[in-house]
Design a protein around this ligand. Structure first.
Ligand code: GDP
Ligand code: MG
Length: 439
């Protein structure tokens, strides 16, 4: 989707003005790009008609910045089609807020329960309870229990021999007793939508009166994702959608048509298998991403969240006192590492998302590990006073870390430069330095 669209937009921005023909050709490309990305046909038609209507106003076509205006209109329409604003999770006025999952087998319900509960726990200090109501696959209960154990979140289960409706009743009772503020009901799915599944979900909804019924849809299923969403929304009072597996090679078409076809907001997107791989869905950011402008805001948010402010402050203090040492060096490396795979971060930078060079790029995360290994081979004294590290000590470090001596030398040189640069910054332009360190 992105490649084709950004090519169409680039063709347009390469010119000074937009003729009726240019616009026609561009709209054709956009239409093809969206269809190719499995966007629902009706949605594509509506989208193209809207953009065309707005873009063919005479004053837009004649202005010198016409191409930018077309890009702007496309961007705005994409955003609008995906719902304009981020829609937050519903919250019950009294505890607990009950969140029920729905979706086909393998869509990511269980994973999303864990991710969302973990997010609430981390960000809101919530005390969630997870109810294991998928009794059809024994592994499903184990899966939730393992996730709960890893994340230190309680899981309520009655095994596979109790009716899911009774499990939900008992689970809600348990939540009441323990005063949990959020309850997640992890339900069963099927390969296809069928009556039995729908009846079970309807019954559970009737028993639990959930504040939120979240449909989990696998973005990789293309056109089927929209069909699935439509099917579920006809039987259940969905309150929102979680679009999973948007990482990797997914075609983002589902993000465009689900809202349009079901009228239900996408609230979160799953971008990987780890508990932290869940993000709030921002229509405007998704639109920019689709247009190949990168996703700067998500990147900035990620950096802010993952950057440990207390640690940064401490390192800053050390700089003021000029005692920045190898221990701090390692701490800094860790902070960068915590932000996630380098490739992911680079891809969010504008212009990089579609950069062909990046497609084959494999940023060597091992380098971090190597640097850390070298520092770990140092004695505490050496870590605190890098000036101690003479050539024979360097040879020892190389042997101890299993890295070539040139690498040890390079690292020490880098460290020296960093310290010098920071020293200058602390003496002079201190504001810039604080900014750089995120303080
Ligand atoms: P359920 O049957 O709906 O409960 O689906 P699961 O939660 O068991 O997920 C099915 C598979 O999809 C598992 O292997 C998950 O790790 C994987 N999965 C779920 N969400 C995501 C996601 O956002 N990205 C990726 N790459 N994998 C996911
Ligand atoms: Mg499951």
């Amino acid at each position: 989707l992105t490649e084709r669209l950004s090519k169409a937009m680039k063709n347009l921005t390469g010119r000074g003005r937009v003729s009726e023909e240019d616009l026609h050709a561009t709209m054709r490309e956009i239409r093809l790009a969206l269809l190719e990305a499995d966007v629902n046909y009706g949605t594509v038609k509506r989208f193209v008609a809207n953009v065309r209507g707005k873009a063919s106003g005479a004053d837009i076509l004649e202005g010198l910045d016409a191409p930018q205006q077309v890009v702007k209109i496309v961007n705005e329409e994409l955003t609008k089609m995906m719902g304009d604003e981020a829609v937050p999770l519903n919250k019950s006025p009294q505890i607990p807020t009950i969140i029920m999952m729905a979706g086909l087998q393998g869509a990511g319900k269980t994973t999303t329960v864990a991710k969302l509960a973990y997010k609430l726990k981390q960000e809101n200090k919530a005390r969630p309870l997870l109810i294991a109501a998928d009794i059809y696959r024994p592994a499903a209960i184990d899966q939730l229990e393992i996730l709960g154990k890893d994340l230190d979140i309680p899981v309520f289960s009655l095994g596979t021999d109790t009716d899911p409706r009774d499990i939900v009743r008992a689970g809600l009772e348990e939540a009441k007793q323990h005063r949990n503020d959020y309850v997640f009901i992890d339900t069963a799915g099927r390969l296809q939508i069928d009556e039995v599944l729908m009846q079970e979900l309807k019954d559970i909804a009737e028993i639990a009166h959930p504040d939120e019924i979240l449909l989990t849809v696998d973005a990789m299923t293309g056109q089927n994702a929209t069909e699935t969403a439509k099917g579920f929304s006809e039987s259940l009072d969905l309150t929102g959608v979680v679009l999973t597996k948007l990482d990797g090679d997914t075609r983002g078409g589902a993000a465009l048509s689900i809202r349009d076809v079901t009228g239900k907001p996408i609230k979160f997107v799953g971008q990987g298998e780890k508990p932290t791989d869940l993000d709030v869905f921002y229509p405007d950011r998704m639109a920019s991403r689709i247009l190949g402008m990168g996703d700067m805001l998500t990147l900035i948010e990620k950096a802010q969240k993952d950057f440990d402010e207390a640690a940064a402050e401490k390192q800053l203090e050390k700089l003021r006192e000029n005692t920045f040492d190898f221990n701090d060096f390692v701490a800094q490396l860790k902070q960068v590492q915590n932000m996630g795979p380098m490739e992911d971060i680079l891809k969010m930078i504008p212009g990089m998302a579609n950069n062909p060079a990046l497609a084959n790029l494999n940023v060597d995360e091992k380098q971090f590990i190597h640097l850390e290994a070298i520092v770990q081979s140092m004695t505490p004294a050496e870590r605190e006073d890098p000036d101690l590290i003479n050539p024979s000590r360097r040879r020892r470090l190389a042997a101890g870390s299993g890295r070539p001596i040139v690498e040890v030398n390079r690292m020490i040189k880098q460290f020296d430069q960093m310290r010098k640069m920071m020293g200058q910054a602390t003496n002079g332009n201190f504001g810039g330095m604080e900014k750089m360190m995120g303080a």
